[in-house]
Design a protein around this ligand. Structure first.
Ligand code: TXA
Ligand code: MG
Length: 343
């Protein structure tokens, strides 16, 4: 890996960050979901560097971030009514739409050989300005090493990529607002297909009065052209084994699991359960997912908590599960991906 000084930019020196991007550099940026690793989407050399620095398999395509709707017509072959309705309703926001790509517009590596391109307009002022200043769309895979949880704080980006990228843009808030990656959809003429669940839930998508179906990772893997290659890669996992504890387990069941284990345990759970479990001798580290029942907060803290406990001296991590609901769906999807075992 080349050794760069990774520079921290803020609102006042975005122009300098844009200049580095225009010269082919890599600059991470905040979004409302997680931090992205930016490079100019038309610069094949820079895009290749993004894959290299993350250790990302070259068959996994990148999301392109745009700042205005003109960029869509410029880069996309065809925009149907469904896509227009989705953009009207949910952009800027945590929704990525897969379009048929116009040939020759983007660096070829972005789409990993497929005829499509996925676009997203993030709801983050600094990043919209950064894109406007460079004058080009920016690729933005999550700014983590492949296999690690996506970064929700600037420090997470630096922990993974400091020295390997040119810079990172600091956001006004310490932690990204949503905490898990965007919802990824295909906008078909007569239905919306969800490939990756996120903060824009199926219930919200159904407000457009068109059928919404979610394709599970298993179905995507079986489908001929492997719709969203990301689903096949291990993700979000810390070095310790993660045990996902089903939402229906009682406090007594948590306690008996903890008392039967002879090793140091890290617990990632809501503040009420942490209070009840913190005196167990095997529990050596804890991270709070916020008030019990606050699903948005649990989702926002999930990756930060996994990263925090990974750095602690615990040997396994117990992660609190949530009962299935539209709002909890993205949390359940990501916590299941992070888990090695279910309790
Ligand atoms: O919230 C997010 O989406 C964040 C922020 C930074 O915007 N970005 C992000 O990117 O999560 P990444 O690269 O970590 O995840 C992109 C996902 C992958 O699972 C990839 O396979 C899928 O989107 N994807 C991208 N382009 C695609 C395409 N043309 N067809 C099918 N799947 C695609
Ligand atoms: Mg990612």
């Amino acid at each position: 890996m080349e050794n760069h000084q990774t520079k921290i930019f803020d609102f006042d020196n975005l122009k300098e960050a844009a200049g580095i991007l225009k010269e082919g550099g890599l600059v991470a940026f905040p979004t409302e979901t997680v931090f992205g690793l930016g490079a100019i989407a038309n610069d094949e050399v820079a895009v290749k560097k993004v894959f290299e620095v993350k250790g990302r398999p070259s068959d996994n395509p990148l999301i392109v971030h745009i700042a205005n709707r003109e960029m869509v017509s410029h880069y996309v072959e065809r925009v149907n009514q469904t896509a227009n309705d989705l953009m009207d309703r949910f952009w800027p926001g945590p929704l990525t739409i897969i379009f048929p790509a116009k040939e020759g517009m983007f660096a070829p590596s972005i789409s990993a050989g497929r005829p499509t391109v996925s676009l997203r307009m993030p709801n983050q002022l600094e990043t919209l300005l950064l894109i406007e200043m460079t004058g080009f769309p920016l690729v933005g895979p999550s700014a983590n090493l492949s296999g690690k949880p996506s970064p929700t704080r600037m420090e997470h980006v630096l922990n993974d990529l400091s020295g390997a990228i040119d810079g990172v843009v600091k956001a006004a808030s310490k932690q990204t607002h949503i905490g898990v990656e965007s919802t990824v959809v295909i906008a078909e003429d007569d239905r919306i297909v969800v490939l990756r669940p996120g903060a824009i839930t199926s219930q919200m998508l159904s407000q457009l009065n068109i059928p919404v179906i979610e394709m599970s990772a298993e179905e995507q893997l079986k489908s001929q052209d492997l719709l969203s290659p990301g689903v096949k890669y291990v993700h979000y996992s810390p070095k310790q084994a993660v045990y996902l504890v089903d939402a229906h387990n009682t406090l007594g069941e948590w306690q008996s699991f903890i008392r039967n284990s002879k090793i140091n345990i890290g617990v990632l759970a809501d503040e009420e359960w942490l209070r009840l479990l913190q005196d167990e001798t095997a529990v050596t580290s804890t991270y709070s997912l916020g008030p019990r029942g606050d699903i948005a907060r649990h989702t926002k803290e999930l990756y930060a908590g996994l990263r925090y406990l990974e750095q602690s001296n615990c040997e396994i991590i117990l992660l609190q599960g949530l009962a299935e609901s539209d709002a909890a769906h993205a949390y359940i999807n990501r916590s299941t991906k992070a888990a090695n075992y279910l309790i």
